[in-house]
Design a protein. Structure first.
Length: 198
């Protein structure tokens, strides 16, 4: 697998492109539309697949890493990474505004969405995410400084002919969240021990 950055944007694709976005070197700036979200059924009952996501179709194991900057202020404002196969099978992770503050969290969806969330130990307006798929295991890490990478989630992710891997941003309760993604890298899976924090 050859490594890719956002400079290879012509080889990527959108799920629900925003009206306003800008690619510049290895950066993507976008502004969310109103009532955008990824969610399936659990608790709320509704099914939504309207969030903005940009990424690449991959056929092998991989690691994706990205820096995210945004000012999360409104309930369910969110931005981070998105791994998907279809509207019923996907994962998103990043910062989401809930319980009156920005929190780190992850949603694993296999027909029904499973949400875990917790306090973020740093400035939630500027953070990093890393996701590695290796041997049908999906490992998601986050970082407050780009140096130390605690584990956020580990889950089984079955083999598939192809999957979408990239970034996402949503604002279910409003529009207008400005998000910058930078330092994007998608390539072969990083071979590190599970609790290696580097």
């Amino acid at each position: 697998m050859n490594a890719m950055t956002l400079q290879e944007a012509a080889n990527g694709r959108w799920l629900n492109p925003p009206q306003a976005c800008l690619f510049s070197q290895n950066r993507l700036q976008l502004t969310t539309a109103a009532r955008t979200d990824f969610w399936q059924r659990t608790w709320y009952g509704f099914e939504r697949h309207s969030g903005h996501a940009f990424g690449f179709d991959v056929t092998e194991d991989f690691t994706l890493q990205v820096r995210v900057e945004a000012d999360f202020t409104t309930l369910y404002d969110q931005a981070g990474i998105f791994i998907g196969e279809n509207e019923q099978q996907w994962v998103k992770a990043g910062i989401e505004f809930n319980d009156e503050r920005p929190a780190i969290g992850c949603v694993v969806t296999r027909q029904f969405s499973d949400w875990s969330t917790g306090l973020f130990p740093g400035d939630a307006r500027n953070f990093w995410l890393r996701v590695t798929l290796r041997n049908e295991a999906l490992r998601i890490q986050y970082s407050a400084d780009g140096n130390v990478w605690p584990l956020l989630r580990l889950c089984h992710w079955p083999a598939a002919p192809s999957r979408f891997a990239g970034i996402m941003a949503c604002t279910p309760e409003r529009g207008g969240l400005e998000v910058t993604f930078s330092d994007f890298w998608l390539g072969p899976p990083v071979d590190k021990a599970l609790h290696d924090l580097r």
